[in-house]
Design a protein around this ligand. Structure first.
Ligand code: HH2
Length: 273
């Protein structure tokens, strides 16, 4: 079986399908499974390489939801997307049970924003299924993470954490070529932390795993531009292009077509240099 870079050549685009009432930018829009599936099909048509289906918001201050509620939200959508042939589906979850049932329903990628820390069974579920996993850095939990986050050296600390969690995954039997890393922009980070991570992304890209980056519509972009969640597309694209230039591989976005186009053009310029 091929590794992530062969399956999803850079720049790869992950389209967001949030089946939640409370996600920070699109909460409540896709709670109806039919609407969520239609949205995912549309994102695939716009050029998403993989669709990331999530049933629990992890926005700052959010409360956890039960595994059952998460399953009730994501399973019909995953089944619908698979049935529609919308392409590979990822499940955005920190719970092993949700991941297992999602994989049984046809998902083929796990995106764990706790990098295996929330559920001791997660690594085994991913290893048994032989699917890729994204390991993301977060300081604390969504409930508390934006309460005065501090680092001595954010790039070094995030790097160290991600390498440790990749080792945990590999020790559980996850193949190295199926692991990707994500610095977790906005997860326990100030504006300056986010900017420092993005500025030095080449160091994270040099850790030996493909690097996923998810800046789409995030608060730090609003802090710079003064625009709300619905008006952060230009800012998102600027950050994604900067991340691509520094070696990022996959880009998790809500607005697939414009990001796809910008990343493709930027990648072609890079390749010609
Ligand atoms: N960010 C969000 C959700 N999942 N996964 C990864 N790997 N990296 C991220 O930075 C990341 C993620 C938050 O964005 P969104 O899904 O739009 O919002 P919410 O958590 O409110 O549903």
């Amino acid at each position: 079986m091929s590794g992530l870079l062969e399956r999803f050549p850079a720049p790869a685009v992950m389209g967001v399908v949030n089946v939640t009432p409370d996600s920070f930018s699109d909460g409540g829009l896709y709670l109806d499974p039919a609407v969520a599936v239609a949205h995912g099909v549309e994102l695939a048509a716009q050029g998403a390489d993989v669709l990331d289906v999530g049933g629990e918001s992890t926005r700052p201050g959010s409360d956890p939801v039960s595994a059952q509620l998460e399953l009730d939200r994501v399973l019909p959508v995953i089944e619908g997307l698979v049935e529609a042939g919308a392409g590979p589906v990822s499940v955005d979850t920190m719970k092993a049970d949700v991941a297992r049932r999602a994989l049984e329903a046809g998902a083929s990628f796990v995106n764990d924003v706790t990098a295996l820390r929330n559920d001791p069974e997660m690594a085994g579920v991913v290893a048994d299924a032989g699917v890729p996993i994204c390991l993301m850095h977060m300081l604390g939990t969504p409930k508390t993470m934006q309460q005065d986050p501090r680092y001595q050296d954010v790039v070094a600390e995030v790097s160290e954490f991600l390498l440790e969690q990749a080792a945990v995954a590999e020790a559980a039997g996850v193949k190295r070529e199926l692991i990707c890393l994500d610095p977790g922009i906005g997860f326990g980070k100030t504006l300056d932390h986010n900017l420092e991570l993005l500025a030095h992304l080449d160091r994270l890209a040099g850790l030996g795993y493909p690097l996923l980056i998810a800046v789409s519509r995030k608060r730090f972009l609003g802090a710079i531009t003064g625009r709300d969640e619905g008006h952060r597309l230009a800012a998102t694209i600027a950050a994604n292009v900067a991340a691509l230039e520094r070696g990022a591989w996959m880009f998790r976005v809500h607005d697939v077509r414009p990001n796809r186009e910008a990343l493709d053009v930027s990648a072609r310029i890079r390749a010609a240099g």
